[in-house]
Design a protein around this ligand. Structure first.
Ligand SMILES: [Cu+2]
Length: 144
């Protein structure tokens, strides 16, 4: 009887150790998958950096915007602002679910991406540098 009690105790200890080891393995697995397997990660910062979504080039000049695409359906788009002008521009998008999303300032000859999710509705694309929108760097697109 006492022999059985000891072996049960030993077994429980073994199980306990195993559980700890299993938990540690899970934590390790979670860490390594978080670091490496980011191909399907929907993280918005990753989307910004890598430019997921349908790519649309917005060519910016003094003073106008030209889009590489004319029709839009709801979905995720990466607008790549291409500053083909000589002065600093940027790109802002404003509309349903998108509140003044903005690229950084873009020097002439440089590009910057802006990833947004468009819903059905009307969106305003413009250059947020003071005065540029009024000078013509302003385009409205219809989604859906
Ligand atoms: Cu501008």
């Amino acid at each position: 009887m006492s022999q059985m009690a000891i072996s049960a105790h030993t077994a429980r200890r073994a199980l306990g150790t195993g559980a700890v080891a299993f938990t540690a393995a899970l934590v390790l697995a979670a860490c390594s998958s978080g670091g490496g397997g980011q191909s399907k990660s929907p993280s918005s910062s990753a989307a910004q950096a890598t430019g997921s979504g349908t790519r649309v080039t917005v060519t910016e000049t003094e003073y106008g915007l030209k889009l590489s695409r004319a029709s839009f359906t709801p979905g995720t788009y990466t607008f790549v602002a291409d500053n083909a002008g000589h002065i600093t521009h940027a790109l802002s998008i404003d509309g349903p679910g998108v509140e003044d999303a903005r690229t950084k300032n873009i020097q002439g000859g440089e590009m910057a991406p802006l990833t947004v999710t468009l819903k059905k509705g009307s969106y305003d694309l413009y250059c947020p540098v003071p005065g540029h929108k009024a000078l013509g760097m302003d385009k409205h697109i219809q989604v859906g």
